[in-house]
Structure formats: C-alpha cells, structure tokens
Design a binder for this molecule. Structure first.
Ligand code: ASN
Ligand code: ZN
Length: 313
C-alpha cells in the first residue's frame, strides 16, 4: 500500500489522537482508582477477633451500623481528599478497613495501627461508636498521624496526637454540616452518649472549654497544668483550646484557614515522635507563613492562640 504525503500525515494524526485518548483514559482511570480508596466493612459479631467477617455490600446492608460506618468512613476519605488533597490515611490510597460490633457492649472505638474497630457501647453510657461523625474522624486521624508526624502516645507528643484527632474529627463534623466556627458546637462525642451519660454530661470533650463540667473526660486547658505521664486525653485539652481560639479568631469555616495551617504543620515536618507542644506551635507558625505569608492578622491569631494556653511564653 502506497500512501501519498497527505494520507501519511492523516494516519499519523489519527494514531497520535488515539494515543492521547488512551493516555487520558488511563490517567482518568488511575486517578479514579488512586483517589477513591476502598472502604470494606467487617462484622466481628461481638467477638474481639479482628477483622471478623466481611459484609458483602455495606452501603445497602440491613445493618444500620454497617451503612453508617461505610458512609461516614467514605465521608472522611472524601474530606481529606477534597480539603487537603490527601489520598486516604497514608496519602497513597490505602484501603480503609473497619470492623463493627467489636466485643460485647464494648465502650470504645480505636485505630489499631492497621484498621478501625467500633464497639456497640453498652446502651447506657454509650451507643454504637460508629454513630459519632467526629468519633470516626478522630479515630481515622490517628492513622494519618501515624503516617505523618508518627507521634508517640505519651507525654506532650501523646497530648498532641490526641488533639490532632479531635481537631480533624471536629473539622470533619463541621464540614459535613457546612457550619461556620460560630455555628459549630465544638463538642467531641456528643452523638454517642447514652441515656445514663446524658443525665450528667453533654459530650466526651469540649474543645472550647476543656475543663467544662458538662464534659465527661476531664481535661486541662493551660500548659501550667501539664504533667508528664498525664493521659493524652487530658493534656490534649491544651492544644485543643489553642486550635479553637485560632479558628475563632480567623472566623469563617474551620477548614478554610485554621484547618490547612494545622494540616500543613502535621504533614510537612517529617516524622517527629517526641514533638513537644511548643515545637508544634512553632510548626503552625511556619505553616502560617507558608500558606498565608502576606497576612499579618493570620499569624497574629495563631501566635496569640498558643500564648493564651501557655504553650508559648
Ligand atoms: N477512642 C480512644 C482514642 O482514640 C481509643 C484509645 O484507646 N486511645 O483515643
Ligand atoms: Zn484518640
């Protein structure tokens, strides 16, 4: 077959267009695959053996806790992708596996370093832990922390670790509800308290008022109260209050300014297992310069928040 020049050029263009289309299709495919981590849900059937038995189609399961766990976990994955351009917990699309009905009337939920486990609660102090949107966000953020700062779970790093989980758990809850910082309740765990707990408390923790009597877990709110050996859930009140103060001073939606500053401090500083609260405060200031360099008011708000809680003298 002999082709004249025009025919040869046309054939070349056709094949080039095919190649481009194929590349675009591959790119779209790989982006889709990479950007939507798979979210399997398993059922422990009240045993404490993980992961249990996989639920075939959690999105349309008869089990409301399976549906809730799938939906909220998908929401957290979408939140980290859309707001922080983070692809799943490890930043590289890892599967997010959850086990529900963990143990008998088990009053907790946890990230075990590899996967999520949710207890049903005893129905008095707590209901099923998967029902707390901030709880799901909190626990999955422990995974993000593991893959970023790699914070230990004791002393100041422990308090920071717990606080980052509350911070991103609560931003996630506010994002789901599209609330401004003044509309938000800043409560952690208010959706999972059972009737007996509700008689005395409104939440597990109150980020706006860590020492509040209506919060079940007693926390401290100023660095002068910090002691080595404290439960990380107690010392986390200090950086929680700093985030609340910064977010309130910056106004608007927490995921527009305060959230990205905290996320940048968490993800752009390598691994720092023994990071102190003062070092993290410094990291948020560097993050502020990186993200909002020209805006003195932003830096002043973040700086004042850490001074108010005594982390910065
Ligand atoms: N729900 C608890 C938490 O994430 C679980 C734990 O043992 N730390 O803080
Ligand atoms: Zn935690």
């Amino acid at each position: 077959e002999t082709l004249n020049l025009d025919q040869q050029i046309r054939r070349f263009r056709d094949s080039a267009r095919e190649l481009t289309l194929a590349k675009q299709a591959f790119h779209a495919f790989s982006v889709t695959v990479a950007r939507e981590p798979s979210i399997p849900v398993y059922d422990c059937n009240h045993s404490m053996t993980l992961p249990g038995v996989q639920i075939a189609d959690p999105a349309s399961s008869r089990d409301a806790d399976a549906r809730t766990t799938f939906e909220t976990t998908s929401g957290v994955a979408r939140f980290f992708r859309e707001i922080f351009d983070r692809n799943s917990i490890n930043g590289n699309g890892m599967t997010i596996l959850s086990s529900i009905h963990y143990g008998e009337e088990y009053n907790n939920a946890f990230w075990n370093g590899t996967q999520m486990a949710y207890g049903d609660g005893d129905g008095q102090i707590f209901v099923a832990f998967c029902r707390g949107t901030d709880v799901v966000g909190h626990e999955l953020t422990h995974g993000v922390t593991q893959y970023t700062l790699g914070l230990n779970y004791e002393n100041q790093a422990g308090g920071l670790n717990e606080s980052l989980s509350d911070v991103f758990g609560t931003i996630f809850k506010q994002w789901l509800r599209q609330e401004t910082v003044t509309e938000a309740d800043w409560l952690i765990g208010n959706e999972i308290l059972g009737p007996a707990a509700k008689a005395k408390y409104t939440c597990l923790r109150d980020m706006a008022d860590p020492e509040a009597a209506h919060a079940m877990g007693g926390q401290v709110s100023h660095f002068r109260q910090y002691r080595d050996g404290m439960d990380p859930h107690e010392s986390s009140g200090i950086p929680n209050l700093a985030f609340y103060k910064a977010a309130m001073a910056l106004g608007g939606k927490s995921w527009d300014k305060a959230g990205p500053i905290w996320y940048h401090a968490m993800t752009e500083n390598g691994t720092q297992p023994d990071m102190t609260m003062a070092q993290f405060a410094g990291a948020t200031l560097s993050a502020t310069d990186a993200l909002f360099g020209g805006e003195q008011a932003v830096r002043a708000a973040v700086d004042k928040a850490w001074r108010d809680v005594g982390v910065t003298p």
